[in-house]
Design a protein around this ligand. Structure first.
Ligand SMILES: [Zn+2]
Length: 451
């Protein structure tokens, strides 16, 4: 990428954007003087509200710690840098530090939200997770980043918007709680891209009309035919590469993708609400974070968006939160084929396990931050050198006992196994050592274990 996309490293204590950026962004006028923010802050000061100024560690605003697992998957790993400490010299650690600082500043300074829980929870991050791990995710307690696969993907901390995307998953979890499946799942994904774009544009000082609206533009290694992972302004055009395939995101409800992969295509169908936000941000005008971003934040946290809200219900909540911009926001949704309907919700659609012939082991991995599906199978009766090891694993795995215990989590992979006739679907966080060994054997030899 060009220099323009490189994010300045904060040179002052946590939570404080460098003065030159404050000036460039034009803070100090409408943004920080927003009446709602000002009055809420004043209320808190007067009332000594919880989580703000009541002393102790909880009062440290913008607290975060970056950990390093050194390539293992034992979370969280060794603490290597916390808020207020100087750069470590490790690129991934320092990128994570810069990204989380910018993302926390967006929520605190623009939306008056202190950390993801609104009460100043310290943020735990881990970098260098796993070997050739091409993903990043929020696991309910912390943000986790891999170093990429070295073939297609660079380390996931390189893109500051990815840091904000993952933090926003934590915000959604603590607010509307959008279920990570089907339309509500695509909204969960979209909300993370929305605040990722807001955070990045704020760091760069870009107005909505001038922004590139790319998510994860820094993630691809040279030679990959990709501008980014997603393009909020033109979903479906972010990449077209022999290794990645073509960006599958629809830009209109007419092209909604019905699939059982990726928790119902949450990383695919998010293109529809993503484009609605981009259109609204440009129509509302000014900056994305203070304009349409404020509307989306108020909708997410205002109580109208429920865990099972669908596109129509979410759209209605944004129109209701838009005040004098209601017509512009409604028109943005109309352009992507969504008609706002207050309270509209739909049950999440489940997925059927895939079928398959006997004497084979098949593994299908979908989801992850990238939302790409990889699939491979090994014929146990053929001459494949992996057959013996796989047969041994399959013999001792009881697929019924391996059934998932937890619900889908943002940006985790979902694995579907067909183990010589035993079919099981397991989210990444519930993989047993044996199932992970099967997945590694089946998926890895044919190429990079990217996603
Ligand atoms: Zn996500």
């Amino acid at each position: 990428m060009t220099l323009a996309r490189q994010h300045p490293q904060p040179t002052v204590r946590c939570g404080i954007v460098p003065p030159y950026l404050l000036q460039q962004l034009g803070y100090g006028d409408t943004l920080l003087l927003d009446d709602r923010i000002r009055s809420r802050r004043a209320d808190r000061r007067r009332g000594g509200g919880a989580g703000d100024g009541d002393g102790g560690a909880a009062a440290v605003r913008g607290a975060w710690t970056v950990h390093d697992t050194g390539g293992s998957t034992d979370l969280p790993g060794r603490a290597v840098r916390s808020a207020g400490e100087p750069a470590s010299g490790d690129a991934a650690v320092d990128e994570a530090a810069a990204g989380i600082t910018g993302a926390l500043a967006l929520f605190r300074e623009v939306y008056d939200r202190d950390s993801y829980d609104g009460r100043g929870a310290p943020v735990s991050l881990t970098v260098h997770c796993g070997r050739d791990y091409a993903n990043a995710f929020w696991d309910g307690t912390q943000l986790v980043f891999g170093d990429g696969d070295g073939e297609v993907f660079a380390r996931f901390t390189k893109a500051a918007d990815v840091l904000a995307h993952e933090l926003a998953h934590a915000v959604t979890e603590r607010t509307a709680g959008l279920v990570y499946q089907g339309q509500s799942g695509a909204l969960n994904e979209s909300v993370s891209d929305v605040f990722a774009a807001c955070s990045e544009q704020r760091l760069l000082g870009q107005q909505a009309a001038a922004a590139d609206w790319l998510i994860g533009a820094e993630l691809f290694l040279p030679g990959v035919q990709a501008r980014a992972l997603r393009d909020m302004a033109a979903p479906g055009t972010a990449y077209d590469d022999p290794r990645l395939g073509k960006d599958p995101q629809p830009a209109h409800l007419d092209d909604y993708v019905d699939t059982t992969d990726d928790n119902g295509g949450v990383h695919i169908n998010s293109g529809i609400p993503n484009r609605a936000f981009q259109l609204a941000a440009v129509a509302v005008g000014g900056s994305s974070w203070a304009g349409a971003g404020r509307i989306w934040y108020d909708a997410l946290t205002g109580g109208d968006v429920r865990p099972d809200s669908d596109f129509a219900g979410f759209a209605a909540a944004t129109v209701a939160a838009a005040g004098s911009s209601a017509a512009a926001v409604e028109e943005a949704w109309r352009q992507v084929g969504v008609r706002p309907v207050a309270g509209s919700a739909a049950p999440a659609t489940g997925g059927a396990a895939p079928g398959g012939p006997l004497r084979t082991v098949r593994v299908r991995r979908s989801g992850g931050f990238v939302g790409r599906t990889v699939e491979a199978e090994v014929d146990l009766g053929g001459g494949d050198e992996r057959a013996a090891a796989l047969a041994g694993l399959v013999d001792r795995i009881d697929a019924r006992a391996a059934r998932p215990a937890s619900s889908p989590m943002p940006d985790h992979f979902t694995y579907e196994f067909d183990l010589d006739g035993q079919q099981v679907r397991v989210p990444e966080q519930d993989l047993t050592d044996d199932l992970r060994a099967v997945a590694d054997l089946v998926l890895r030899p044919d190429g990079p274990a990217d996603a």
